[in-house]
Design a protein around this ligand. Structure first.
Ligand SMILES: Nc1nc2c(ncn2[C@@H]2O[C@H](COP(=O)(O)OP(=O)(O)OP(=O)(O)O)[C@@H](O)[C@H]2O)c(=O)[nH]1
Length: 458
């Protein structure tokens, strides 16, 4: 056995004589050191047909796919126990005949693995197509990823605007509850396991993390808990919308077996993680759009001062309620009301107090209506109540109740006001314009009759 301290020295030794097996130990190497990566890539390329075994600390597993780009290699996650190293070395130093049979088996395995990956990709695509909101989509994705051979638990951890990590969804085939295992569901990066548990490590470092035996984490209690749930291997990937883009979280896959991934599998899994990151970001964007669209509709249909719907929305609603009442043969009534002598409130107390009074009157009326009734602000201090399933007589009783309520309600900053009301039941074949006209006439009659009173329309 020949040991070299760096890639340069190893290349020099390899050019001097035949090498049966090249073992590269990455312990103590700084992840992301470009010079080191270049040296190791050259070393793998100049191997002269010798098999390569990489011993890789689990925090550095992002290097494996990078190194695989320069030639096939075998790997073990370090720390590697003596027995494990011995059997890895023995299997790579087998006689040529064995190696040939092995190569054939490997080809078959590879074909099977790629077929399996394709199936998973399809089920992830299906989940994306059917996931509605973010939480539902995350749950669907976790379920889809459980079809990966050997996967017993999947989880999606999401970065939040505050920068911390939250368990968004998990799917368990081994009764493992990640929230219970970590003792929390939120603020996962504040967990003492942040730099040890692969999904947390992947989310904080932004790199792929592969652990092929729970005890290698160095936390015996956690390792025992994972073994109890039959977990042999944990693979965690950072979630990003695009390569090099901001971190969105991490994807965690726990396996009941320890697998050796090929370069194609690593690439496929990384592609899958990116696809998932993109899908989650898109679904969030859609959710934000829906909220914005809701706000825009609110702005277009609501009166900002009183919160009642505005005239346009009120007229549209009345049209549709008239159609509904006609179709089902049910009664529909409207009540128009107007604050009496409101000009003097503004004149005496000022416009801001007038605004407060308007708000208070609208809120008081709103509080007296059924949820099926609607209050619309038609103009200035004139309002319309659309009362479904209500006859003229009932509407008149309601109007009287509203009148008495307002007359007895103290207003902030000014004296009590009164309202005058007109009431009408929508006649068969009558449209919104005519009934509004009729109810307004009744309201004017109430004003002429001395205000603070209710008049029924003709
Ligand atoms: N503070 C405030 N006042 C408003 C608002 N919209 C309309 N007004 C006021 O409401 C008052 C309506 O006055 P008029 O139409 O003469 O009616 P009135 O004084 O209530 O008298 P009657 O309706 O005949 O009892 C006017 O002073 C408007 O400026 C508003 O959004 N805020």
């Amino acid at each position: 056995m020949n040991a070299a301290v760096d890639a340069g020295a190893a290349i020099e030794r390899m050019t001097r004589g035949h090498v049966d097996l090249l073992v590269i130990d990455l312990a103590g190497c700084l992840l992301g050191d470009p010079a080191l990566l270049t040296g190791l890539s050259m070393l793998i390329r100049t191997r002269n047909g010798a098999p390569v075994l990489v011993l890789c600390p689990y925090g550095n597993t992002a290097w494996l796919p990078e190194l695989m780009a320069h030639g096939p290699l075998h790997y073990r996650i370090s720390p590697v126990a003596g027995m494990e190293l011995r059997s890895a070395v023995d299997s790579l130093l087998r006689p040529a005949g064995d190696m040939q049979a092995n190569a054939q088996q490997q080809l078959l395995d590879k074909e099977r693995e790629l077929r399996e990956l394709l199936t998973i990709q399809r089920s992830v695509q299906r989940a994306m197509a059917h996931g509605e909101d973010g939480a539902h989509l995350a749950a669907q994705l976790c379920a889809a990823l459980c079809s990966f051979p050997g996967v017993r638990h999947t989880a999606l951890l999401r970065q939040h605007p505050g920068g911390d990590l939250r368990l968004q969804a998990q799917e368990s085939r081994n009764h493992l509850d990640l929230a219970r295992l970590l003792g929390r569901q939120d603020k996962l990066l504040a967990s003492p396991l942040r730099d040890a548990f692969p999904p947390l490590l992947a989310a904080s470092a932004g790199e792929l993390v592969l652990l092929d035996a729970p005890e290698k984490m160095g936390d015996p209690e956690l390792a025992l808990a994972l073994h109890r749930r039959d977990v042999q291997m944990v693979l965690a990937l950072p979630l990003r919308c695009e390569p090099g883009g901001p971190l969105l979280g991490a994807l965690s896959l726990m396996f009941d077996r320890s697998l050796q991934f090929s370069r194609e599998q690593f690439a496929c899994i990384a592609g899958l993680a990116q696809f998932i990151g993109f899908g989650l970001a898109m679904s969030e964007l859609k959710q934000q759009n829906d909220v914005l669209a809701g706000r825009l509709t609110q702005m277009a249909t609501r009166d900002p001062l009183t919160g009642a719907i505005n005239r346009r929305a009120g007229e549209a609603l009345l049209e549709s309620e008239i159609r509904r009442a006609r179709r089902y043969g049910i009664a529909l009534a409207v009540i128009a009301f107007d604050i009496d002598n409101f000009r003097s409130v503004n004149d005496v107390y000022g416009y801001p107090i007038g605004d407060q009074a308007l708000r208070a009157v609208a809120a008081t009326i709103q509080g007296r209506l059924r949820v099926s009734d609607t209050l619309a602000r038609m103009r200035g201090e004139e309002f319309l109540v659309i009362a479904t399933h209500t006859t003229a007589l009932d509407a008149r009783k309601l109007a009287e109740k509203l009148r008495a309520t307002i007359a007895g309600t103290a207003l902030p900053g000014c004296e009590t006001v009164t309202i005058s009301l007109g009431v009408a039941q929508v006649a068969p074949d009558e449209g919104a314009v005519t009934v509004i006209d009729r109810v307004d006439t009744a309201l004017r009659r109430a004003k002429r009759g001395g205000r603070n009173r209710v008049e029924l329309a003709d």
